[in-house]
Design a binder for this molecule. Structure first.
Ligand SMILES: Cc1cc2nc3c(=O)[nH]c(=O)nc-3n(C[C@H](O)[C@H](O)[C@H](O)COP(=O)(O)OP(=O)(O)OC[C@H]3O[C@@H](n4cnc5c(N)ncnc54)[C@H](O)[C@@H]3O)c2cc1C
Length: 377
C-alpha cells in the first residue's frame, strides 16, 4: 500500500531531494570528518523555509505541515544525519512557541526562527535528569519581576549556535514544579560549556549550556509557571516524528549504498548481489524502509489532522530507529572490510545511526509511552 501524497507534499519532497543531493551530499563527508558545523548549509535551509514547516505563514513559517516536514527531513537525512538533526531540533523549538507563546512572544521569537533567521535549541536534559525530567535541578527563582536561573543542561543540540533556547527549569520543589522559559541568545549569565566529542553526528553541535545567575524577565515565561513538563512532553511528541523521519531517510541511504556496492563488487566470479545471503540482507533493509516510512507517515498525518499522536509518534520513533540500526549493521556487512573504513559513506551512517534509539526518548521510554497509552484503551 502506498498512501497518496498531495501534489504539494511531493513538490516539497522533490525540492528537499534536489537541495540535499546538490548542496549537502558533496560536502557532508568533509564536514563530518572535520567535525565542523555546516553553518552555510543550515542558513540556506532556513531561507528555503525548512525551519518553521509546521508554523502558519502569519508567524513567518511555511505552513507545509507535518507530512511535508517528514518527507523533507528524510531527504536531508539521506545525505547527512547531522544536518537533519539540526533541522529537526529547530522545528521542535518552534512547536512550544507556536502552541504556548503569547502573541508578543510569537512576534519576537517564533517569527525569526520560523522565517529562517536563526536556529533553535531545546534544553531539558541534565546530569541527573535524562529519561526522568522530574529529577531536573536547574532552578529559576523569582525575585521581583525576574527569574534568576542557575544550573547546567547537558547534550544540547544546536546550543552554541541557537538564536533562541527553550529552557525547562525548576520553579518549585514538587516533582512536577517545572516551568518553560524562552532564553534569547546573549542573555546575561547564559554560557556555552563543554562541546561533546561524539561517536557520530560529528557535524552537529552538542554542548553543555550553563546558567550562572542568568536573569530572565517574567515575560519570558512560556505558558504559565508549572506548565514546564506538559510543554516539554508535547514538544517531544512532535520531535519524535522528526527523529523517526531522520531514521527513515538514513535507512534509504543504507539501501542505496548497499545495493550499488553489491552490484559492483565481485567475489567467487560474480557480483556479490548474486549471492543469496546478500540478497536477503538487501530485501530485509527494503522491507524495514517501507514499514518505517509508513509508521512515520501515519504519525505525521495524525499531527496534520490535529489528532492525538503520542502513541503513534512513539511507535514510529521506536520502530524506525531500531530498524535503522539493524539496517546499518546489514548494509555495512555488505561492504565487508571496506565498510569499516572512512572511504565509504556507510561507515558514517553506521555511527550516526546509534544515537537515534537514545535521544528524544530512548527505546525503553518509547515502549513505556506505548504501553501507557495501551493501558488507557
Ligand atoms: C547527540 C545527542 C543529542 C542530544 N540532544 C539533546 C537536546 O537537544 N536537548 C536535550 O534536552 N537533550 C538532548 N540529548 C539528551 C538525550 O535526550 C538523553 O541522552 C536521553 O533522553 C537519555 O537520557 P540519559 O542519557 O541521561 O540516559 P538515562 O536516562 O540515564 O538512561 C540510561 C539507560 O536506562 C534506561 N532507562 C531509564 N529509565 C528507565 C525506565 N524507567 N525503564 C526502563 N529503562 C530505563 C534508558 O532507556 C537507558 O537505556 C541528546 C543526547 C545526545 C547523545
Amino acid at each position: 500500500m502506498k498512501p497518496l501524497l498531495t501534489q504539494e507534499q511531493m513538490m516539497i519532497r522533490e525540492m528537499a531531494h534536489e537541495f540535499a543531493r546538490t548542496e549537502i551530499e558533496p560536502f557532508a563527508q568533509e564536514y563530518n570528518l572535520k567535525g565542523e558545523f555546516p553553518e552555510a548549509i543550515i542558513g540556506k535551509l532556513g531561507r528555503l523555509g525548512l525551519f518553521g514547516m509546521m508554523v502558519p505563514e502569519r508567524y513567518g513559517g511555511s505552513e507545509a505541515g507535518a507530512v511535508s516536514y517528514s518527507l523533507a527531513l528524510q531527504e536531508i537525512a539521506y545525505s547527512c544525519a547531522s544536518v537533519a538533526v539540526t533541522l529537526s531540533v529547530t522545528n521542535l523549538t518552534a512547536e512550544p512557541l507556536l502552541n504556548f507563546a503569547t502573541e508578543a512572544q510569537k512576534e519576537k521569537f517564533l517569527r525569526p526562527l520560523a522565517s529562517g533567521e536563526h536556529i533553535g535549541a531545546f534544553a531539558l536534559t541534565e546530569l541527573e535528569a535524562g529519561s526522568d525530567p522530574s529529577a531536573l535541578k536547574t532552578s529559576a527563582v523569582k525575585r521581583g519581576g525576574r527569574y534568576i536561573v542557575n544550573g547546567a543542561k547537558q547534550f544540547i543540540t544546536n546550543g552554541a549556535y541557537a538564536g533562541v533556547i527553550i529552557l525547562i527549569a525548576r520553579t518549585s520543589p514538587e516533582k512536577n514544579g517545572l516551568t518553560a522559559f524562552i532564553v534569547p541568545k546573549g542573555a546575561r549569565g547564559l554560557k556555552v560549556g563543554k562541546d561533546e566529542k561524539k561517536m557520530g553526528l560529528n557535524a552537529s553541535n552538542t554542548v553543555e549550556i550553563l546558567f550562572e545567575d542568568c536573569e530572565l524577565p517574567e515575560d519570558l515565561v512560556l505558558g504559565k509557571e508549572g506548565m514546564g513538563l506538559k510543554i516539554a512532553l508535547s514538544a517531544l511528541d512532535s520531535g519524535r516524528i522528526g527523529i523517526a523521519s531522520q531514521a527513515v531517510g538514513m535507512i534509504r541511504a543504507c539501501l542505496h549504498e548497499a545495493l550499488e556496492y553489491s552490484k559492483e563488487r565481485k567475489q567467487f566470479g560474480k557480483a556479490i548481489i548474486k549471492h543469496q545471503s546478500i540478497r536477503n540482507m538487501l530485501a530485509d533493509i527494503a522491507v524495514d524502509y517501507e514499514a518505517a516510512g509508513l509508521l512515520v507517515l501515519n504519525a505525521a498525518s495524525l499531527k496534520d489532522d490535529r489528532k492525538s499522536l503520542s502513541m503513534e509518534a512513539s511507535m514510529a520513533k521506536l520502530f524506525a530507529t531500531e530498524a535503522l540500526n539493524r539496517c546499518a549493521y546489514k548494509a555495512l556487512q555488505v561492504f565487508g572490510g571496506y565498510g569499516y573504513t572512512k572511504d565509504y559513506k556507510i561507515e558514517r551512517i553506521y555511527r550516526d545511526a546509534r544515537v537515534t534509539t537514545i535521544y528524544e526518548g530512548t527505546s525503553e521510554i518509547q515502549r513505556m509511552v506505548i504501553a501507557r497509552e495501551l493501558e488507557k484503551m
